[in-house]
Design a binder for this molecule. Structure first.
Ligand code: SF4
Ligand code: SF4
Length: 168
């Protein structure tokens, strides 16, 4: 079976292109440690059409600094991720930014919401089975989601109470 991500890559439509990938302090530490370099990220204003997840109104206030900047992976002029290569991501899965590991799951602080409509896998009625076969189970996604918010919030909580899934 050809993996959906390989099809995306062959069509030049991989989700590694186009997005601003926010990095937690933990992401920076894991990637720096692996690459033995720290020139893979930058600080820039958020681009509302590119920042992920764009469906959560609390996301941007949570990750943005007081001077309205976000810490993201560098991108090329074509918006391709700095760490993307012809053979896929330069990083092994356990070093990838948590945002990357979570895609194509849609999520909020307290739960997984479903699958992102921009991913071709979402067109498959049995998308969860497809993701399970790719070893991207919901159980794993929940661990990464927990770690993501833990690392964003650190000791200070700039936002207040966590979102509830029941609140939409
Ligand atoms: S996760 Fe979805 S959008 Fe991203 S490369 Fe794989 S199939 Fe394509
Ligand atoms: S870090 Fe890897 S998985 Fe994430 S956007 Fe870049 S190339 Fe893609």
């Amino acid at each position: 079976m050809v993996m959906p991500c390989a099809i995306c890559a062959s069509l030049g439509k991989s989700c590694c292109k186009g997005y601003q990938i926010y990095l937690t302090p933990g992401d920076i530490s894991r990637i720096s440690d692996y690459l033995k370099a720290s020139d893979f990220y930058t600080v820039e204003p958020p681009v509302l059409t590119d920042i992920e997840p764009d469906y959560d109104p609390l996301w941007l206030p949570m990750i943005m600094s007081e001077d309205h900047q976000v810490r993201v992976l560098k991108r090329g002029a074509d918006k391709q991720c700095y760490l993307a290569t012809d053979r896929g991501c330069l990083l092994p899965l356990n070093r990838r930014p948590l945002i990357c590991r979570l895609f194509p799951y849609d999520f909020k602080e307290t739960c997984i919401l479903g699958i992102d409509a921009s991913c071709p896998i979402s067109k498959d009625r049995n998308w969860q089975t497809v993701l399970d076969r790719m070893d991207m189970t919901e159980a794993k996604a929940n661990l990464w989601r927990d770690l993501l918010y833990e690392e964003i919030r650190g000791k200070n909580d700039p936002v207040g109470s966590p979102l509830s899934c029941e609140n939409g």
